[in-house]
Write a protein that binds this ligand. Structure first.
Ligand code: SF4
Ligand code: SF4
Length: 164
């Protein structure tokens, strides 16, 4: 999963009147959003250990990028595989998890930080147990989620956040 965040992103903050909801099904976690206005090129869903506030949305970890269909309509939800993910802000690139993963699901990004392939992860939890800085976790209802609309040239607008 690609989690690097572009170095320069301009954020526009809109008035948030709707919210994301979190649920779980057999395929993993499902994040659903309310209808929104705005003609975006794509949507980016992020999660964070701290609340997304409209005045300072912050960034968090990119969980998914969503594109419109051929008619320009976005889906109303996205499913996140029940796999473990790495917080690149916490990862110190020690490589311990890479050596311990039984399915070789973890590789290094260009900075040596761990990246987990959700298609290979069997959710055994070994990597999370051996990580010395608690950088590996499963997206859950205990986190905060933020939805951003992306315009061309990396201009983003904060759309909705999860309600805990
Ligand atoms: S949870 Fe298990 S399979 Fe998934 S990345 Fe971690 S060690 Fe590998
Ligand atoms: S064990 Fe933790 S700190 Fe080390 S590479 Fe893996 S995620 Fe990063």
């Amino acid at each position: 999963m690609k989690t690097l965040i572009p170095a320069v992103i301009l954020v526009l903050v809109s008035t948030v009147t709707a919210s994301l909801t979190f649920s779980q099904d057999a395929g993993g976690s499902v994040i659903q959003w309310d209808p929104f206005e705005g003609s975006y090129d794509s949507l980016v869903l992020r999660c964070s250990e701290t609340v997304y506030e409209t005045e300072d949305p912050g960034w968090g970890i990119v969980l998914a990028t969503v594109y419109p269909d051929s008619s320009g309509e976005f889906p109303a939800s996205v499913q996140i595989p029940g796999a473990f993910i790495v917080d690149p802000d916490k990862c110190i690139a020690c490589g311990i998890c890479i050596n311990q993963c039984p399915t070789d699901a973890i590789t290094e990004d260009i900075d040596g930080k761990a990246v987990i392939d959700p298609d290979l992860c069997i959710a055994c939890g070994i990597c999370a147990n051996v990580c010395p800085v608690d950088a590996i976790f499963v997206p859950s209802s205990g986190l905060y989620y933020g939805l951003f609309g992306v315009y061309e040239e990396s201009v983003e607008e904060f759309i909705q956040e999860s309600v805990q």
